[in-house]
Design a protein. Structure first.
Length: 403
């Protein structure tokens, strides 16, 4: 998606500038060309020489440079770029962008540009939540400046809260999506994918149900990532508070049995990703009436639910070419995931640790291991959207070879 794209990267004066070398390296790995502009603040955190060496292009800083401005360098820089990325975007740069201050090369380029702008804000939590910054943020959004992050967590200043620059993988995912959207198709064009997501609700009676802690964030992010790569995606989801991903067909279900039926109706497809946390059991013998509170607590009799992953992984005509299952384990993660892959006949298992304290179910990040016929790959902890992006990239590679 980023092949041959020209990215003008503005680096402002925040501590997150230390993440910029990794960002440049990963953009270049994807075939993008990166040209950097440093603000004066930015140059306190990273040198032009570092940026020039890593990007392979000159790094600019000086608005009133005789050599660079002999051909109106500030205008040329914005005309040549496909997109402008400001990372980190400081409170100061955001404020200047809002009111149109152009007192250095970076802000002059931003004002003189007609190109799409993406900013990755990074700052102390009080700076971020300050009404001035929040008002500026809203103004920038109304001008179609795309904003990535910031995330929540430990900040460099020692405080905790909103203000961490988005992960490099999220910035790359957003850039990829931008170019994907503007291209209108992608490497998975013509490919059908069914993705399951969220928990299921298994009724005990008309008002009570059994469920689990799945938020649907990971499954929804995978549906989004596949759609961004041009796949025609049906998302079959249990009850979640996640918004429907753009560009996908969403089928809402409650129970495992309904999810099974909806998947059967959505198939055939080349790709099936079973990310939902489907309840293993439903409650047998429901009468359709609310169980009255009595002297004794009722004993619930459980019945086994259909195994969606095993059913659709079964070899035979109509089986999706690639079936990806998820394994949420609290112990022996890899061994159990390998056993699951073999017993269910699926092609890949994405294994994650959901033991207490891992906060995988409710959180925004995930640490996963990809178990395939070729072995186990352990990925570093990253946001769920970055995990989704990476799974989708692997699916693109698979599709290039096998579909
Ligand atoms: C050690 C240090 C860290 C800073 N980190 C941030 C930051 O993360 N975000 C931010 O908005 N400002 C931060 N600042 C303040 C900016 O550097 C300052 O507002 C500066 O004027 C920004 O200039 P620029 O936006 O033109 O790069 C920091 C300042 C110092 C001294």
């Amino acid at each position: 998606m980023l092949e041959n794209k020209k990215i003008l990267l503005i680096v402002a004066g925040g501590i997150a500038a230390v993440k910029v070398p990794d960002l440049i390296r990963r953009l270049r790995e994807r075939g993008a060309s990166v040209t950097c502009i440093l603000t004066n603040g930015g140059s306190q955190f990273i040198t032009p020489l570092t940026l020039a060496s890593l990007s392979g292009n000159m790094a600019y800083q000086d608005l009133f440079s005789l050599t660079e401005e002999s051909e109106m360098g500030h205008i040329r820089l914005c005309r040549e770029a496909d997109i402008i990325l400001v990372a980190p975007a400081t409170a100061d740069v955001m404020a200047k962008m809002t009111v149109g201050i152009a007192d250095d090369l970076a802000t002059t380029v931003l004002l003189a540009s007609d190109k799409p702008v993406i900013i990755a804000p990074s700052m102390n939590v009080m700076m971020w939540t300050h009404p001035a910054t929040q008002t500026n943020l809203q103004t920038l959004k109304t001008r179609e400046v795309q904003v990535i992050g910031p995330g929540t967590g430990d900040l460099a200043c020692g405080e905790i809260g909103d203000g961490r620059m988005a992960e490099v993988s999220d910035i790359i995912a957003t850039l990829s999506r931008h170019f994907q959207k503007s291209r209108g198709d992608g490497p998975l064009k013509g490919c059908r994918a069914v993705v399951t997501s969220g928990p299921t609700h298994e009724p005990i009676d008309p008002v009570r149900y059994i469920t689990n802690r799945s938020s649907g964030k990971q499954g929804h992010a995978i549906a989004t990532a596949l759609a961004n790569f041009g796949a025609s995606v049906t998302l079959v989801t249990g009850p979640t508070s996640e918004p429907n991903p753009d560009g996908t067909k969403v089928v809402n279900v409650q129970t495992a049995a309904q999810m099974m039926k909806a998947c059967g109706e959505a198939l055939p497809a080349e790709i099936l990703v079973c990310a939902a946390a489907v309840a293993d059991w439903s409650v047998a013998g429901q009468t359709g009436q609310k169980i009255k509170k009595g002297v004794k607590a009722p004993a619930l009799k459980l019945a086994e639910n259909p195994d969606i992953l095993a059913t659709f992984s079964k070899p035979g005509p109509g089986r999706p070419t690639l079936v990806v299952g998820f394994a949420a384990e609290t112990e022996n993660l890899i061994t159990n995931a390998q056993l699951k892959r073999a017993s269910k006949n699926c092609d890949w298992i994405v294994a994650n640790d959901v033991s207490v304290g891992s906060s995988v179910f409710s959180g925004d990040s995930n640490t996963v291991h990809l178990v395939t016929a070729d072995g186990v790959e352990s990925w570093p902890t990253m946001s769920k959207s970055a995990v989704a992006e990476r799974i989708a990239e692997r699916i693109v590679k698979f599709a290039n070879k096998n579909l």
